[in-house]
Design a protein around this ligand. Structure first.
Ligand SMILES: [Zn+2]
Ligand SMILES: [Zn+2]
Length: 302
């Protein structure tokens, strides 16, 4: 028995599994709770934002715009416009509410829009899911800003423009379009909380992964199979390796005296000489534990 086998033979894997689960649940609740709390405004915004498109009447669209705008401080305004970009409603009465907001594309980078009425503003057009994701996790709006400067520096020179994030929501049933204009600010402590959560999740996965390999190593050693071989299979293939190992063991007979895995045809353990399996009282042949009749001579066993 080598050092690793000696150490592992003392481990209680059932207890370890219980402790692991308890720790994983506590970590999940604490991290999930912290992230959920820090990002509560953004999650609320995302939830309300998803309702905008579903509005069935113009009034419902205005109400949904109000609720979405009230959900987060990142919202600059939500404008409901008609097909000529005439503003019908503003949820926050921002400077853009005066309208009209005739948006045209800026330069070659198709994602930026500008309005002649607001020369100091530039809108980064972000679509559907990307907008949703950006609205929830975006931390560095300054980056979007500097990206704009990089892309437009040759045309406009370094500008003093304010960059906003803009998303166009088509509420077909309500017959209107909503422009959601936001300026994501960073969530205090949010980025750290996300990083810590990701790191802990990685750590938990690693610990689980290694535990599976160690259990396979220990069990293979107990069954007098090759622990190194099965341990490495566990380390590289994990759950798949574990299933293969279980199937392999299921097809073998375990010696009741020493625990060695023996091929099903063996009559005696090749490690300790103990008898393997029950014997037929009539012919002495090996019979299975669940057999009712001897498959050698047909004698009734039970
Ligand atoms: Zn044995
Ligand atoms: Zn028999």
């Amino acid at each position: 028995m080598n050092r690793l086998e000696k150490m592992l033979s003392k481990w209680n894997f059932k207890k370890i599994a219980v402790w692991y689960l308890v720790l994983a649940v506590i970590t999940g609740v604490l991290c999930g709770g912290t992230v959920g709390y820090l990002y509560r405004q953004r999650l609320k915004f995302a939830w309300q934002y998803a309702r905008l498109e579903e509005a069935k009447t113009p009034e419902a669209l205005r109400m949904a715009a109000d609720k979405t705008a009230a959900a987060s401080e990142d919202v600059v305004d939500i404008l409901v416009v008609d097909e000529n970009q005439q503003i019908l409603y503003s949820a926050k009465d921002s400077k853009f509410a005066a309208g009209p907001l005739t948006l045209t594309k800026v330069g070659d980078a198709k994602k930026y829009l500008a309005s002649a009425d607001y020369p100091e503003a530039v809108f980064l057009q972000v679509k559907g899911d990307e907008f949703m994701l950006n609205s929830i996790v975006s931390h560095d709006f300054g980056k979007i800003r500097s990206e704009y400067d990089d892309e437009s520096a040759f045309e406009n020179g370094l500008s003093a423009k304010t960059v906003y994030m803009l998303n166009r929501v088509q509420a077909r049933k309500a017959g209107g379009t909503a422009y959601v204009i936001t300026r994501p600010t960073s969530v205090p402590g949010g980025e750290t909380a996300l990083k810590v959560t990701a790191a802990l999740a990685m750590l938990l996965v690693c610990v689980y992964w290694v535990l599976v390999a160690l259990w396979m190593y220990r069990d293979a050693a107990r069954c007098k199979l090759s622990p190194l071989y099965w341990g490495l299979i566990g380390l590289f293939t994990n759950l798949i390796g574990l299933i293969v190992y279980k199937i392999y063991k299921h097809s073998a007979t375990l010696c009741p005296a020493c625990g060695a895995a023996q091929s099903a045809g063996h009559l005696y353990c090749s490690f300790c000489g103990a008898q393997l399996g029950a014997r037929c009282a009539n012919c002495g042949g090996k019979v299975g534990a669940k057999d009712s009749f001897c498959h050698h001579c047909g004698n009734k066993i039970k």
